[in-house]
Design a protein around this ligand. Structure first.
Ligand SMILES: Nc1ncnc2c1ncn2[C@@H]1O[C@H](COP(=O)(O)OP(=O)(O)OP(=O)(O)O)[C@@H](O)[C@H]1O
Ligand SMILES: [Mg+2]
Length: 260
């Protein structure tokens, strides 16, 4: 049985269909990539699946249970966790406190209410602190538990976000552009980390524009363009798919060539 399955999901903003009948599924141990040009609907799909938006149509199942319309903290409790395209790091806090606060915020209903309790949250009990330390080490940041987040390189903060997403012990992890802003070395390290998280038995959904990363670690790929699925398949098939090259990969290749 698949961990996460979306079927025929649609949502419109002011009459514009941001998602139009989109479906995918992902199993434990698998990396499923969702790729496509800017504005294709990738983040919107994450927002719908993770409970920020309610779809206007379709079904989403987590381990066979319908979850559409459930709020994010309920989904976190059911084993679904995500990161955001823009870094969501508390730069004045230590790495370990970032993980602790992230865990706490995901589990509670009121974000604002909790913001006023941050100091007490940061003094969480020893068990939580120990687990947060393990997660920091799990993402390759051992020895930096007490470093202030704002002093760390960008690639480290991207990994910190993954540690924080893992803090709710998810079975399904959704990563929205985890390598955005990273240099090639940091991106290679991230690729190995993401692959190993799936190899631990989690289902990973990856949105990313770095095609080297996507092609190197994904089991399957779904391609979105203007809210619709235009292709799905193994990396080798997607790379040589004429429709995908036309809609996305060709343009991306030209941009990379122009930057080089
Ligand atoms: N809350 C919203 N209100 C109105 N329009 C929205 C909203 N969220 C997304 N959209 C629109 O939906 C479309 C898909 O946007 P989305 O952010 O999902 O694209 P994306 O594939 O993640 O792009 P990128 O690669 O640039 O991150 C865009 O046209 C966007 O303007
Ligand atoms: Mg996006």
């Amino acid at each position: 049985m698949s961990s996460l399955r979306a079927h025929d999901v649609s949502i419109a903003f002011g009459g514009i269909k941001a998602l139009d009948g989109v479906g995918f599924d992902v199993m434990p141990g698998e990396v499923l990539a969702i790729i496509g040009p800017n504005g294709a609907g990738k983040t919107t799909l994450f927002n719908v699946v993770s409970g920020l938006y309610r779809p206007t149509g379709g079904h989403i199942e987590l381990d066979g249970r319908g979850i559409e319309g459930l709020p994010p903290h309920r989904l976190a409790g059911m084993g679904l966790s995500r990161t955001f395209q823009n870094l969501q790091v508390f730069t004045e806090m230590t790495l370990i406190d970032n993980v602790l606060v992230g865990r706490h915020l995901r589990e509670r209903h009121s974000f604002l209410g909790d913001l006023f309790r941050l100091p007490s949250v940061a003094r969480e009990n020893d068990t939580s602190r120990k687990r947060a330390g393990e997660l920091i080490r799990r993402v390759g940041l051992e020895g930096r538990e007490s470093a202030i987040a704002g002093t760390m390189p960008y690639g480290a903060l991207r990994r910190l976000e993954i540690a924080r997403a893992l803090a709710t012990e998810p079975q399904v992890l959704m990563l929205d552009e985890p390598a955005a802003g990273c240099n090639p070395f940091e991106t290679r390290e991230l690729a190995a980390l993401i692959r190993s998280i799936a190899d631990d038995g989690r289902a990973v959904v990856l949105v990313e524009h770095d095609m080297r990363l996507v092609m190197s670690i994904s089991d399957r790929i779904v391609v979105l363009d203007r809210g619709r699925v235009i292709a799905r398949g193994a990396p080798a098939d997607i790379r040589s798919n004429a429709t995908v090259v036309e809609a996305y990969l060709g343009r991306l290749g030209a941009e990379e060539a122009a930057r080089a």
